[in-house]
Design a protein around this ligand. Structure first.
Ligand code: ADP
Ligand code: MG
Length: 288
């Protein structure tokens, strides 16, 4: 096909809803041999639904969900939104104070004078709280009240419809694919297998995602290759900034993601990565 100038490349990409912030990034894309992905909101829809509520007696399922929802209403995390949406009643009886959210872990607060900790296994372990009877069948929202584990809410998310075909096409072009997620190993491995991702790293805190991308870029640079990271801007803007090319899902309008990224996919579709790669290949420098 006809080669595009760098400016033509940026224009062509924008007509596909892919915003490229500089012609240099098209050049870098041509050298990318590894693409690392965030999971939630990037390869999955980022729309969770509650699939299971497992309280520890004497707490009831309704009480457990109410307690979690009372705290999670103060978080923007997609997991939090699903917990709030699942609770059918109003939350006026909960007096929530001292809210602290920890990226990649969860959220804590004081509810009616008692300490509440909500999050993954690491979040509760950080407060020396022992989990009993936990099941890793999904993304787990564990809840502790006054230092005691009181139950678990399981939430589930679905891959985006085009996630698998995006990964398949990248692998056909010999691109190594990597999943970097803060979610648990069970879910990370399942999504990785479902989508055909070559390498999966789970249970990562935001800072550990940065370390992981640094390791990948060092290995790629040694072979004169480059690394792209694709994220949605929730807990991963430092990773977007650190990759050779940071690609953000821009549809949620997360300003921080759009700011930190070099390339923004406006409609959040993973296959737009393939579109950008294809346009980069057709793009040639104009020699003046
Ligand atoms: P991902 O890497 O999949 O995008 P995040 O880094 O946003 O995930 O979060 C990692 C994990 O931290 C989640 O899977 C969840 O277990 C926990 N977590 C983070 N924020 C919350 C919250 N508000 N409520 C419950 N769990 C949370
Ligand atoms: Mg994320």
């Amino acid at each position: 096909s006809v080669p595009l100038s760098f400016f033509g490349g940026i224009g062509a990409a924008s007509r596909h809803g892919v915003l490229i912030k500089g012609s240099n990034f098209l050049e870098v894309l041509n050298h990318v041999d590894t693409i690392a992905f965030d999971k939630t909101g990037t390869l999955t829809q980022g729309k969770f639904t509650v699939s299971k509520i497992a309280p520890v007696a004497p707490m009831t399922a309704h009480e457990l969900l109410g307690l979690a929802a009372a705290v999670e209403q103060h978080s923007n995390h997609p997991i939090a939104q699903s917990v709030v949406a699942a609770y059918p009643d109003n939350l006026v009886d909960y007096d929530v104070q001292d809210i602290t959210e920890t990226a990649g872990h969860g959220i804590s607060a004081t509810v009616n004078g008692q300490g509440v900790i909500i999050g993954n296994a690491q979040a509760l372990a950080a407060h020396q709280i022992k989990l009993t009877d936990i099941e890793l069948t999904g993304t787990c929202v564990n809840v502790a009240l006054d230092g005691q584990y009181v139950g678990q809410i399981t939430v589930a998310d679905q891959p985006k419809p085009d996630a698998e075909s995006a990964i398949t096409a990248l692998k056909q072009h010999d691109i190594q694919t990597v999943l970097l997620t803060g979610d648990n190993r069970h879910i990370a491995d399942r999504i990785g297998k479902q989508l055909g991702i070559s390498h999966v790293k789970s249970d990562l805190l935001p800072a550990q995602k940065v370390t992981a991308i640094e390791t990948l870029t060092q290995a790629a640079h040694a072979k004169n290759h480059r690394v792209a990271f694709v994220g949605d801007g929730i807990n991963d803007t430092p990773v977007l900034a650190r990759a050779d090319v940071g690609i953000a899902m821009g549809g949620l309008g997360a300003d921080a993601a759009i700011e930190a990224a070099d390339i923004v996919i406006m409609d959040d579709q993973p296959t737009k990565i393939n579109v950008a790669m294809k346009i980069a290949k057709r793009t040639k420098t104009i020699v003046w």
